[in-house]
Structures are given as structure tokens and as C-alpha cells.
Design a protein around this ligand. Structure first.
Ligand code: TXA
Ligand code: MG
Length: 342
């Protein structure tokens, strides 16, 4: 199969919509990361997502809509509760996924057999146009091969999906750069399962009490069940060995400069680069978590293209606000290996 990369012109969106209606897959831009989309109400189409990605079938997908009314129109949930409406009004369209009790029209392949369903209304204009043109809700995981960093450009999707899907719509680089915040309303107290651009602090200001799932910041214990199946899989990992480094500026630089500069790279702040003797990939300014989030996955992909590099050291963010989402992705890329320099 030849994979086409097309700009989001009207006729190309229409072509993509036709592929989706016919049960095919399309690479779709969103403001968080690119998605690999299929008609969410077509079980066969959804099954082919798992094959294209090499994704375990017990890891459920997010259903994307273009207007809030589509939740009830398509029968996606059992009940669209007051709490859910409050969240939707505050954060949609945008990078928040809400988990609710599943409606009957959603095939169980979408939810990995769970009786809950994840729904998101993205803010990316092209994503919404595509959902609207397709005339159905779209199930879409991140459009990477299972285990590799999520794609934030159409080119990243092409690297992973070339030959596996017919079409990718190129909507530019994803602004946020990290996947959506996932919150479940199926627990007594709403619980964040995956942190993202919509922060725990922002969610608490709308809902009051919000819990944070243990798996967000810590490794699951042997035999412990993940509230979100995606949390148990190795994630975002480049081929090189990644370590998170907790330290001040000077110690970070001294530590890196004591390493072999042929095989070591640093994912660092802009201000570090001029002092480092090893290969450095700047993520952004020190306190600019927006830039760091935007650049992270692309930087992890770049690290893998550097000749001879087998070890990557990364600056450790504070696990607050958007920093929590960065920390959550990095700690997984690092297989929970943190080096503290004191
Ligand atoms: O920003 C995003 O959310 C992107 C774009 C394309 O929208 N999508 C994305 O999908 O990141 P994916 O499949 O890579 O991540 C979905 C996460 C997984 O960790 C999955 O386990 C969890 O959401 N999830 C989905 N449905 C769930 C459910 N019913 N209960 C618990 N977790 C669920
Ligand atoms: Mg993913």
C-alpha cells in the first residue's frame, strides 16, 4: 500500500472522509499528537487500527467527536452526567479526554472490553472538519507504532505508518505535543489517569476534589492492575537508554561532560547547550514547559537518529502543572530510572 501525505484542502478532507466511511484508516492531525483514525462504530475498521499499530487489544481507544451533541446523537455513553457536562463546557474543544459509562452503540473492540468509553472533542480545526465530513465518531489512538514516541508531525506518522495506511492529512506540527489529559468519571471521585495540557489544578478548580491515579507518577507494583490499561505498557521509548537526571544546572553539565561524547546525548534546556561537550538536543527554556512539551517527542525521535548514541540523559521537570505530564512521559521513556545528583 502506498501512503499519501496530503494538505488539509477541502477535496483531501473529503477523500479522507470517504476512506473512513469505507472502513479504512487515516492519519489525523490534532492539537495534542497525531491520531490513527477509524470509524468508531465499525468494529472491523477499529480492529485494523490495532493491527497497523501492533497494539495490544486490551488497550482501549479514545472516541473523537466534532460537537458535544454527538455524544447523545451517536449513543456513545449510558449517561452524559452533569459532571461530564461541566468538564466539557470548561475544556472542550481541547486536550481533555473524559471516561464515562459506555453506550450500547460503541463496539467492545473500541473499549478493550471495558464498560466505559473515553471521549474527546479536539480543538484542531482539521480534526473537527474530518470528523464532521466522515459523518461518524472517530476512534483514534496516537498514530505511532506501539511503544515508540507519539507522532507530533505528519512526517513522524509517515515514518511509522508508511505502507500500513492509505492517507495522512498534514495539519502541521501538533501544538501541545503531549497526548490529552485523561480523566475518568467512573470512580467515586473523578480520577486523572494520564496528565496532559489540562492540569490537575485546572480540573480541581472546576470539579473540586480530583484524585490522581498512582500509576501517573510511580511504577505499578508487581501484579497491581492499571486503572488505564495504557499505563502498564512500556512507552515513548527511543532505542537508546534514557535516564532522567534530577540536579541543578552546574551538576547536570559536569555530569554530562564526564561522559563519552561519542555515545552520549542530552535532552536539556536551551541555556545548557553552550556548556555541554556531548551532543545536545534543547527542549526549550528552563521554565517553559509549553515548549518542552511541544518538542519532547520529536527530540526523542531525533535522539534515535544520532549516529552512535546509546545513552540519553534528560533534565527532570517538576511534577506540577504541565510539568506533571512531562514527568509522566519521561519517567516511562526512562523505564523509571532517575539519577539524583547532590
Ligand atoms: O491526545 C490524545 O489523547 C491522542 C489524540 C490522537 O487524540 N490519542 C491518544 O490515544 O493518546 P492513545 O490510544 O495513545 O491513548 C489513550 C489512553 C490509553 O492510555 C488508554 O489506556 C486510555 O487512554 N483509555 C482509553 N479508554 C479508556 C477507558 N475506557 N478506561 C481507561 N483508560 C482508557
Ligand atoms: Mg499512544
Amino acid at each position: 500500500m502506498n501512503t499519501q501525505l496530503l494538505k488539509p484542502a477541502k477535496e483531501n478532507i473529503e477523500a479522507a472522509a470517504q476512506i473512513l466511511r469505507d472502513g479504512g484508516l487515516v492519519g489525523m492531525p490534532t492539537e495534542t499528537v497525531y491520531g490513527l483514525a477509524a470509524n468508531a462504530l465499525d468494529a472491523d475498521a477499529v480492529s485494523s487500527i490495532f493491527i497497523a499499530k501492533g497494539r495490544p487489544s486490551d488497550n482501549p481507544l479514545i472516541v473523537h467527536i466534532s460537537r458535544i451533541e454527538e455524544i447523545e446523537k451517536y449513543g456513545l455513553v449510558k449517561e452524559f452526567s452533569k459532571t461530564a457536562k461541566k468538564l466539557a463546557d470548561a475544556f472542550w474543544p481541547g486536550p481533555l479526554t473524559i471516561i464515562m459509562p459506555k453506550g450500547e452503540s460503541v463496539p467492545s473492540v473500541v473499549t478493550g472490553g471495558l464498560d466505559s468509553v473515553a471521549v474527546r472533542l479536539p480543538s484542531h480545526k482539521v480534526a473537527r472538519e474530518l470528523i464532521k465530513a466522515a459523518g461518524c465518531p472517530l476512534a483514534a489512538p496516537s498514530a505511532n507504532l506501539s511503544g515508540s514516541p507519539s507522532p507530533t508531525t505528519a512526517q513522524h506518522v509517515f515514518e511509522d505508518m508508511n505502507g500500513r495506511i492509505p492517507l495522512i492529512i498534514d495539519g502541521g506540527s501538533s501544538e501541545v505535543g503531549l497526548e490529552s489529559t485523561v480523566i475518568t468519571l467512573c470512580t467515586e471521585t473523578p480520577t486523572v489517569l494520564r496528565p496532559g495540557k489540562v492540569t490537575l489544578e485546572e480540573l480541581s478548580s472546576v470539579l473540586g476534589n480530583v484524585n490522581l491515579s498512582d500509576a501517573v507518577l510511580e511504577k505499578l507494583k508487581e501484579g497491581e492492575e492499571a486503572a488505564s490499561p495504557g499505563m502498564k505498557y512500556r512507552h515513548y521509548a527511543p532505542k537508546a537508554k534514557v535516564y532522567l537526571v534530577k540536579s541543578d544546572d552546574k551538576k547536570f553539565i559536569d555530569f554530562l561532560n564526564s561522559k563519552d561524547n561519542n555515545s552520549t546525548a542530552a535532552l536539556c534546556y536551551n541555556s545548557d547547550t553552550e556548556y555541554l561537550n556531548v551532543k545536545s538536543i534543547p527542549l526549550g527554556d528552563k521554565d517553559d514547559y509549553d515548549s518542552q512539551a511541544h518538542n519532547l517527542f520529536s527530540a526523542l525521535r531525533t535522539a534515535d537518529t544520532l549516529e552512535g548514541i546509546d545513552t540519553v540523559y534528560v533534565r527532570c521537570p517538576k511534577a506540577q502543572g504541565l510539568g506533571m505530564a512531562l514527568f509522566n512521559r519521561l519517567i516511562r521513556a526512562a523505564g523509571f530510572e532517575v539519577i539524583t545528583l547532590e
